[in-house]
Design a binder for this molecule. Sequence first.
Ligand SMILES: [Zn+2]
Length: 51
Amino acid sequence: MSQCPVCKKPTDPEFKPFCSKRCADVDLGRWLTQSYSLPAKPALEEEEEAD
Ligand SMILES: [Zn+2]
């Protein structure tokens, strides 16, 4: 049986792999926060396109 990765309660099939929408939102928020905290890509990352 799976556990909610956020609070370790049993997973609710409706909110799999979480136990509730609240935990799904919490995990999503963490994921987004981690994404945003990654170093910004250097400007050189953009390919120079001829106009
Ligand atoms: Zn949970």
